[in-house]
Every structure is written in C-alpha cells, then in structure tokens.
Design a protein around this ligand. Sequence first.
Ligand code: AHR
Length: 510
Amino acid sequence: MTAENTAQARLDPSREIADIDRRLFGGFVEHLGRHIYDGIFEPEHPSADEEGFRTDVIDLVKELGVSTIRYPGGNFVSAYRWEDGIGPKDQRPTRLDLAWHSTETNEVGLHEFQAWLDRVGSDLMLAVNLGTRGTEEALDLLEYANADTRTRWTEQRARNGRSTPFGVKMWCLGNEMDGPWQVGHRNADDYGKLASRTAKAMRMLDPGVELVACGSSGRDMPTFGSWERQVLDHTFDDVDFISCHSYYQERGGDAQEFLTSGADMALFIESVVAIVDSVAATKKSDKRIMISFDEWNVWYLFKEDGTESGHEFKGGAWPVAPRLLEDQYSALDAVVFGDLLITLLQHADRVRSASLAQLVNVIAPIMTEPGGPAWRQTTFYPFSITSRLADGTAVHVPVECGTVASKKLGDVAAVNAVATIDGDGVSLFAVNRSLTTAAALRVDLAPLSPQLGRDVSIIESHLLHEDDMYARNVLGDVERVGVRAADAAVADGILTIDLPAVSWIAIRLA
Ligand code: AHR
C-alpha cells in the first residue's frame, strides 16, 4: 500500500436502501452486574431523584439517543419470574440469578424500569422467559402490561400504581435459546414449537404486538442456519422478526482482523436474510421476516488465555451487583463500533430494529462509579452522533478503494460508507478500516443538487481517531478520547475528507 489510499464515491439519492426505523438505535438493559443497581439506580448517589435514579446517568442516556430499550435480559430473563419485580418493595423476594451467579434483590422491576424509561424518553421492549417458563407466564405478563380490561392482573397493576396499560409493542420470545449456556436451552424444533404456541396465544390477547423469534447467538454457532430454518418452519406465520446477536473483539493481537468486523456483520445479516427468504419461498409466501439485531457490540468476551469473561463468581459467592463485563473501550473499539452502525444502516431495509448491548457499566457506552461520576466511553460518540444525524432514508455509498486482508473474509474494502437523506440535509458516515494507511475520500455530490442545491456546505463534522488507538476514557481521565472536527471540505460539488488509518467520521451537509 502507498502512504495514502485514494477512495472515490458518488452520493446518489437514487441508491436508496430504505427509510430508517428509529428502532435501529435501540439499547438493552439487563439485570446484570452493576447495570441496574449502582448503574441507573443508586438511591444514595448525590444526583439521585426521588425514585433513586441517577440523574447524571439519565442525562447521558438522553444524549446517547436510544429509541427502544430491551429488558430485562439477556441470559437473566431465562430464569426470571417477572412477578418478583412488582408490588411493595419490602415484600419482593431476593433470588439467585443463575445466569450471572449473582443475587437479585428485585428492587427494580417493570414499574420502576418504565418510570426510568419515561425519564430518558425511550420505549420499552420486553423479553419473556421461555427458559424455565412457558406460554402461560408470557400471557400473564402480556395481560398485566397491555390489557385495558378489568381482570385480576390489571387490577393488580392498578394497585401497583398504574391504571393505564404499559402498551409494550415489541416482545422477544425468549433469549438465545440456541445457546447451551442458556437456562432452559433447547433444540430448534422444541424451541420453534414453544415459540409458535406462545406467539399465537399472545396475539389472541393482543393482536397489536410485534414478536421476535430467537435466531442464532452468532454466525459461528454450530447450528447457525439450520436453527433459523427450523425455528421459522414453526413460527413463520406467527412472528415479525428473527433476532441476530453478535459481539466482536480484537483477538490474538490482530487489530487488522478486528477492523473488518463490519464486513463480518454484513455477511451475518445477508446470510440470515437469504435463509429467512428461502423459508418464505418454500412456504410460497411473500411475507418478509425482518431482523431484530437485538444484541450487538464490541465485547472482550474471550480473555487472552481463551477463557470467557463474565463468569468470575461461578462456583463461589452470589454477590449483589458485582463488577461484571465492565469493558473499557479504546479508540480502536469505537472505530469498529462506528463501522457496525454503518453496517446496520446499510441493511436498514431488513434490519428494522437493533439493540446496542448494553447501556450502563456492562459492556456499555456509559460508565459510573458508586457515589462518583458518570462518563462517556469512546463508543458513546459514534452512537450518539449517528443516532442524532441519521434520519430519513438510508442510501448506499459504494466506495472504490483499496482493500485490507482479513483471514476470515479475504479482501475487504478499506473504506466503508453510508449516507442518510432527510428533509433538512444529508449525513455521511465513513470508516477507514486500514491499520496502517490513511485514505483521501472524494465524494461526488453532483447527484444531490436537486436536494441540496448548488451551495452545499458542511454544517457539522466529527472525526474519531487517536494516534494511540488503545487510548480509553477511564476514571480519573474521563475525557481522554472524544471527537474533533474532521479535515473535510466541499469545492466544485466534491466533498473531500481525510481519513487517518483507524478512523471514523460523520459529516452533515446542508
Ligand atoms: O449481553 C450480555 C449477554 O450476551 C446476554 O445476557 C446474552 O443474551 C448474550 O450472550
């Protein structure tokens, strides 16, 4: 490679992908580690409001711009009894959480979480327990949450302070049921039958719900593909979405491989689309099952020695709110993360919902210390900027550029980009995946003149790049990594942007 790669693109609005569903910018809050307790809920914290929620965290979650939030798990949900989290707090049981080998106090449950969502301005997406429980308990929860009649459950809801329904639209039929680590794990055939029965019954109670069947917990699962086919064989007519989960990390010191994670995610999405559409074809149906990418992130799940993180307490104590999965993200992680967001936007026609896993303290863009500060991790920036600037319609921006070599995927485009067009302007998001070589990206804006006129100007630009790509924001140095203005200009209808090696940018044009 030369010292600088050139990359050429044309921003053509006719390369439309789809309108952007705001649910693409969803989050995920699980009862796990210090996510709820000592994260969003810390009654003794100086910033806590009357219900015990940290207002400094609320402000950061608002700034992050998360639409729908999936709750309460994750692995946690597969042994969770939702009734434990309702009613007077002093009567709620304390229970063992098998998923994370912790003790759950149930101080926060459905009502408290909804109260927190009202403060942050996000919508609730619920997961039901199909691990230790089944259709009946899912129906009980749905009736409690959404029914507008006078029944035992709704009267109990009113006594617990909520006479109007929660009105939860999106429901996950269990979590990662393909994973042997899941409480109640089962094979695709058994899960498919249970999910279908449960979905049919839930729709009888509330026809307005949107339902998500569990897909694979990753493209590398041994059952990937056959799992989706078999589950949809049972549930095709009953569900709207199939889920994808995927986590990425640098392994074996190979940062270049890690930088191609966006291409890996694209392959995962395109493979799932091919599989679900082949099921549609065999069923002679024109129904299109959409993807809920309801767990995605960078996660250092595997430690250097190959063991999995997050299981520190197994076989030992059962602590309350232990420090688990508290990854500290680097600038490199944030660039990969920005590319994952670009990839989701590039597939906005089929990925109609996505949840960043997770939000606070646990593999999170926001960190807190008990009694201390709350701060933005590096990954906070690409999420908050993309969520704020990506609106309207997503548009393909194919880039002619060099490639980087991936051991897994072969040659992968060094520069990846996507644009969005709305009534007020155009946003462009791009990433340079090369570990070594900067890129000069030239984007021809001529096809945009009907939208933007001839006087196109940059009204905002953001560059995420650090000479030390492992720089992080940590307690004591919480603003080490941020974004700064990108080196970009528009002249004669051409937008030029300098993309240093390992960088992510967002540009707003109007
Ligand atoms: O997000 C952390 C865990 O990752 C979730 O609980 C589980 O669904 C996945 O394996």
